[in-house]
Design a protein. Structure first.
Lengths: 266, 434
C-alpha cells in the first residue's frame, strides 16, 4: 500500500512471488509522467482497488510503445521500442493488458501482433464497462452527476481507428447525467490536434490551432463536463477551454475520474 | 444507301473510341504498376462485400444525405442507361431501329419510361450540383486546389450530362411524334405531341441528331473520363475490393527494419541473416510514386476530388497547408507527368523531381494528425493517410529532415523510454506522489 492509499503491485514483485495478475495495467508515458494524466491513472487504480481486480504495472520496465515515433516516420525507433516491450511482456507471460491511453492501446493491439506480440488489449473505458456489466462495479444512480450536462469527445485512436464509440457513452449514461453530443461526434468527431506526434511539436502555420477549433464545438454544446478517454485529448481540450477562460464552467475530465468521483473514491 | 454509310460511320467511330480508350487505359494500368508490389488478395468474401456495399451500394455517400440523394439519381440513371446503350450499339451497327422493341414489347416501354424518369431526376440533380459548385459555393469546392482544370473538369462533366439528357429526349420525342405515340413513352410522348406538326423531314433529322448526338457524346465521354476526376465511375469498384480491411489505426509494417532490429537484439538471428548483408539496402518510405504501394496509385486515379476528406481534415479546417484531396491530386499529376516525360524522352528519363518537395511540400505532411477522418469520409475507399505516412518515413529515415522538437522526442524515447525527458527509474513515482 502506498502513501496515497493505493495498492499498485509491480509485475516484477508478482513474478518473484510466482504470481500472475488478471490484467496488466499499461500506464503509458502520459499516465506515468504528465501531472494531469497521473490523476487519471490514480483514479483508475482506485477503481481497480475498490473492485478488487488483481492487476500489476511494469513500472520502470515499461517504455514508450513507439506510437509517436512511428507516426512521425521513425520506424527504427518504433521497432526498437516494440521489440523491447514485447520481450518484457513475454518474459512475464502477459496475456491481457488494459490501458487508459488510446495511442498505447492502438499500438499494442494492432501493431505488436505482426511483430510477435500477441495480447488481449483493452481500453480502460471498455474495461470499466465490462466491470459494470459483470456486476463487479455497481453504479449508484442519482449521485454526484445528476442533472449535470456531460459531453463526450471521441478520441481518434479509440473511435475511427478502432471503432470504439459505445463503451465510453455507456459509462457516461451510468453516471445518471445528461449526455449531450458535440456537433461533430463519433466517426465524424474532430481530432483534438495531438495525434500523429503533433503533441510533441508546434503546429504548422494556420489560421488557428486544432484544439481551438475543437473547443468551439465544446463551447457550443454548453456542457458542465467534457469527458475524454485519452490523456492527450485531455491536455488539448483543457488548454482550449482555459484559453477561452471557461475552466470554471467547463471541466475536462477522463471517464475514469468521473467514475471514481461517482463512487466517492476520489 | 444512307443506312450503309451510317453503319460504316458508326463502326469507325466505335473502333476509334475503343482504340483510344484502351490506349489510355493501358497507360493508367502501367502507371498503377509503377507502385510497389503489395499482396492484397486475402479474404475475398469481405472484399466482395465492400464492392457491393461501398461501390454499388454507395454506403459512405449516405453520411451526407443531400449530396447522397442527388448523386444517387445520376448514378442509377447512369447504370440503367447502359441497357439503352446496348440497343444503340446494335442499331448503329445493323442499322435497325429500336432493335429490342419488337422483342420486348410492353417491357421495352417500361424500361424506356424508367430511363426517361431517371434521366429527368438526373437532370435536376445535375442542375443542383452546378448550383452547389458555382452558386452556393459549398466550401469543399472552393479550396485552393480546386481552381483551373479541376474546377473546369467538375463543371464540364455536369454540362456533358445536361447535353446528353437533351439528346435522349430529342431522339425519343421526335421518334414518338413520327410514330404517333406508338412506343408509349410518357415523358417524350408529351414532348412529341408538341412537335407532331413539324414536317416529317425535320422530325427525322431531329431523331438522327438526337441518336448520333447521344452516342457520340457517350463515346466522347468514355475517352474524356480517363483524363478526368470522373474516372471513379470505373475505379471505385476495384478500389472498394482492395480497400483496407484492418483497423484504420494500424500502420503498415516495414519488414526490413523489423528484421534488422530483431537481429540487433538477438545475436543468433544476426548470424542467420549474415547472408543477407550483401543484398541491396532498401530505401525506406516513399519520395516518389514508384515507392508508394500500387494501391495508393489506384487510390489517386480513383479520386473524384469531392473533397469530403479535406472538409473533415483538422489540418485543412484550421488553415494548414495540408489538404488530403490535394495529396491525391498531386500523386496522380506526378504519374501523368512521368508518362508524358517518358513518352518524350524515353523510358529511363529522369526529370530530377520528386513527389515530396516538388509536388507535396514537407510542411503539408507535417501538419497531419493521423486522425483518419479523411479515410473515414472517403466514399471510394481511398487512404490519403497511407501516402502521407510513407512520405514522412522517407523524410525521417532517408532525408533526415525532422523538426527539431521531434528529434528531441526521439532522443527521449531512445534514452529514457518516454516521450518526455524523465528518468525511466521514476516511471512509477506517481504511486507515492500527492
Amino acid at each position: 500500500m502506498s502513501e496515497n492509499g493505493l495498492d499498485v503491485p509491480m509485475m516484477s514483485d508478482l513474478a518473484a512471488r510466482g504470481e500472475k495478475p488478471e490484467v496488466l495495467f499499461w500506464v503509458g508515458c502520459a499516465g506515468s509522467f504528465d501531472s494531469r494524466a497521473q490523476k487519471v491513472t490514480k483514479a483508475f487504480v482506485k477503481i481497480l482497488n475498490a473492485v478488487g481486480v488483481k492487476f500489476a504495472i511494469l513500472g520502470p520496465e515499461e517504455t514508450c510503445t513507439g506510437d509517436p515515433a512511428r507516426r512521425a516516420g521513425n520506424e527504427f525507433l518504433f521497432q526498437m521500442q516494440a521489440a523491447t516491450n514485447i520481450m518484457t511482456l513475454d518474459q512475464y507471460e502477459i496475456k491481457k493488458i488494459v490501458t487508459a491511453c488510446p495511442h498505447c492501446f492502438n499500438t499494442l493491439k494492432n501493431e505488436y501482433p505482426v511483430l510477435g506480440g500477441n495480447y488481449e488489449v483493452i481500453h480502460h473505458t471498455t474495461f470499466l464497462q465490462g466491470l459494470i456489466n459483470e456486476g463487479k462495479l455497481k453504479m449508484k444512480g442519482g449521485g454526484t452527476f445528476k442533472g449535470k450536462k456531460i459531453t463526450y469527445h471521441d478520441s481518434c485512436y479509440l473511435g475511427r481507428a478502432n471503432n470504439i464509440y459505445e463503451a465510453p457513452r455507456k459509462l457516461l449514461e451510468a453516471l445518471d447525467a445528461e449526455l449531450v453530443e458535440l456537433k461533430r461526434c463519433r466517426s465524424k468527431g474532430l481530432c483534438c490536434g495531438a495525434g500523429g506526434a503533433q503533441m510533441f511539436k508546434e503546429e504548422e502555420n494556420g489560421s488557428l490551432r486544432v484544439n481551438q477549433e475543437r473547443t468551439k464545438d465544446v463551447l457550443e454544446a454548453k456542457p458542465d463536463i467534457v469527458a475524454v478517454g485519452c490523456p492527450f485529448c485531455s491536455t488539448m481540450l483543457g488548454d482550449g477551454v482555459k484559453e477561452k477562460e471557461k475552466q470554471d464552467q467547463i471541466q475536462v475530465k477522463d471517464i475514469a475520474e468521473l467514475i471514481a468521483e461517482a463512487q466517492d473514491l476520489d | 444507301m444512307t443506312a450503309i454509310i451510317q453503319s460504316i460511320l458508326f463502326l469507325i467511330v466505335l473502333g476509334l473510341t475503343g482504340f483510344f480508350f484502351l490506349k489510355k487505359a493501358r497507360e493508367i494500368y502501367k502507371n498503377i504498376k509503377r507502385g510497389k508490389a503489395e499482396d492484397i488478395s486475402d479474404r475475398p468474401g469481405e472484399r466482395w462485400k465492400n464492392v457491393f456495399l461501398l461501390a454499388f451500394g454507395q454506403k459512405k455517400m449516405f453520411r451526407n444525405m443531400t449530396p447522397a440523394l442527388l448523386h444517387l439519381c445520376v448514378y442509377v440513371a447512369f447504370l440503367v442507361t447502359q441497357v439503352e446503350l446496348i440497343e444503340i450499339v446494335i442499331d448503329g451497327i445493323f442499322q435497325t431501329h429500336r432493335f429490342f422493341y419488337p422483342i420486348l414489347g410492353g417491357l421495352y416501354t417500361f424500361v424506356i419510361n424508367f430511363i426517361e424518369i431517371l434521366s429527368v431526376l438526373a437532370l435536376i440533380a445535375t442542375f443542383a450540383f452546378l448550383a452547389r459548385r458555382n452558386l452556393l459555393k459549398i466550401p469543399r469546392f472552393q479550396m485552393d486546389e480546386m481552381t483551373g482544370w479541376p474546377k473546369l473538369d467538375g463543371n464540364l462533366i455536369l454540362l456533358f450530362e445536361i447535353v446528353l439528357v437533351t439528346f435522349i429526349f430529342m431522339m425519343n420525342s421526335a421518334d414518338m411524334a413520327m410514330h404517333h405515340g406508338e412506343y408509349g413513352f410518357w415523358l417524350s410522348g408529351i414532348l412529341g405531341s408538341a412537335i407532331e406538326g413539324l414536317p416529317h423531314g425535320v422530325l427525322v433529322a431531329m431523331e438522327r441528331i438526337g441518336w448520333w448526338g447521344h452516342i457520340l457524346l457517350v463515346f466522347g465521354f468514355l475517352n474524356y473520363i480517363p483524363y478526368s476526376k470522373h474516372l471513379h465511375i470505373m475505379l471505385a469498384f476495384p478500389n472498394a475490393y482492395y480497400a483496407n480491411l484492418e483497423s484504420k489505426g494500424e500502420m503498415s509494417n516495414m519488414p526490413a527494419i523489423m528484421k534488422e532490429v530483431q537481429s540487433m537484439m538477438d545475436p543468433n538471428a544476426a548470424m542467420d541473416d549474415s547472408a543477407a548483408v550483401d543484398e541491396e539496402m532498401p530505401s525506406f518510405g516513399a519520395k516518389d510514386v514508384d515507392e508508394l504501394s500500387w494501391k495508393s496509385l489506384l487510390d489517386a486515379y480513383t479520386c473524384t476530388e469531392c473533397g469530403r476528406c479535406s472538409a473533415a481534415c483538422p489540418a485543412s479546417g484550421t488553415g494548414k497547408l495540408l489538404s488530403p484531396r490535394k495529396i491525391m491530386m498531386d500523386v496522380r499529376d506526378r504519374m501523368e507527368d512521368l508518362t508524358k516525360l517518358e513518352a518524350k524522352h524515353g523510358p529511363d528519363h529522369k526529370d530530377g523531381k520528386m513527389l515530396i518537395g516538388d509536388y507535396i511540400s514537407p510542411e503539408e505532411i507535417k501538419a497531419c494528425t493521423t486522425c483518419n477522418a479523411c479515410v473515414e469520409e472517403c466514399p471510394v475507399s481511398i487512404s490519403p493517410l497511407n501516402i502521407i505516412l510513407e512520405l514522412r518515413r522517407y523524410q525521417i529515415l532517408e532525408a533526415a529532415d525532422s523538426p527539431e522538437e521531434w528529434n528531441l522526442m526521439f532522443t527521449n524515447v531512445e534514452n529514457n523510454g518516454a516521450v518526455w525527458q524523465f528518468n525511466p527509474a521514476d516511471r512509477a513515482n506517481w504511486i507515492n506522489e500527492a
